[in-house]
Design a binder for this molecule. Structure first.
Ligand code: PRP
Length: 214
């Protein structure tokens, strides 16, 4: 029996947008669709096991060699300086990093600013490139709260539809890099399971090359 290839798929938005692509590629994703709280699924008819995990953990599992393939946002790969090989940009999960705050924020103010973010490395790099020294405060979720409760002068976060910023009366002061969902592979796995990994990537690639109906 061949070893099953382990694929870590980021739970939530990435999972939701990736499942239809996997189905169009002919994978039977019913076990994942029917899921309540289960975390590991052997795909029927194919030698792949899908593991649902949070984005930062997908990146960690890859680095540790615990999974062969990861499907995860480029925001997380950049922030974690993940060395996995990127095999495919799925062109989904598209969003953008922005600097945002309340309307009274002055990006040119000379005093040292406090910036709230889930992405301290990307934030430090952004301000370092501008030659500005800031205090970065790591926040785990709902980053938009930070300027609203007076905990930060501004935030660096990703935005997709812009709804969260709008609903919380925050405005964009600068746009940083764009983000999308990537298929990445552990370099050791690629040596050991080249065939199965490329079969998986080729099937997905065929789907994303076709124009998608909206
Ligand atoms: C992300 C991001 C924003 C939101 C933006 O958070 O941190 O809060 O999405 O999306 P929008 O522009 O479509 O409104 P996510 O939903 O991933 O969860 P979190 O706040 O718990 O980190």
């Amino acid at each position: 029996m061949t070893d099953r290839i382990k694929i870590a798929l980021t739970k939530g938005r990435v999972e939701k947008q990736t499942l239809p692509l996997l189905e169009q590629a002919g994978f039977n994703m019913a076990p994942v669709r029917d899921n309540k709280r289960k975390l590991i699924f052997d795909l029927p008819d194919d030698p792949y096991t899908v593991i649902l995990a949070k984005g930062p953990d997908v990146s960690t599992y890859l680095s540790q060699g615990a999974v062969d393939i990861g499907i995860v946002g480029s925001d997380i790969l950049t922030e974690q300086q993940n060395q996995a090989y990127e095999l495919l940009d799925l062109g989904i999960g598209k969003c953008q990093f922005v600097l945002a705050s309340t309307k009274d924020f002055d990006p040119k103010a000379s005093r040292r600013k406090v910036i709230g973010t889930k992405y301290p490395l990307i934030t430090q790099r952004y301000f370092a490139e501008k030659g500005e020294d800031v205090e970065v405060v790591k926040i785990e979720g709902s980053v938009e709260l930070a300027p609203l409760i007076g905990m930060a002068d501004a935030i660096v976060d990703i935005t997709e539809t812009g709804t969260t910023l709008r609903e919380n009366h925050l405005q964009i002061y600068d746009r940083l890099q764009e983000v999308s969902t990537r298929v990445v592979v552990n370099p050791m796995s690629l040596k050991q399971h080249r065939q199965e990994i490329f079969d998986f990537v080729d099937r997905l690639n065929e789907v994303i090359k076709k124009p998608q109906a909206n």
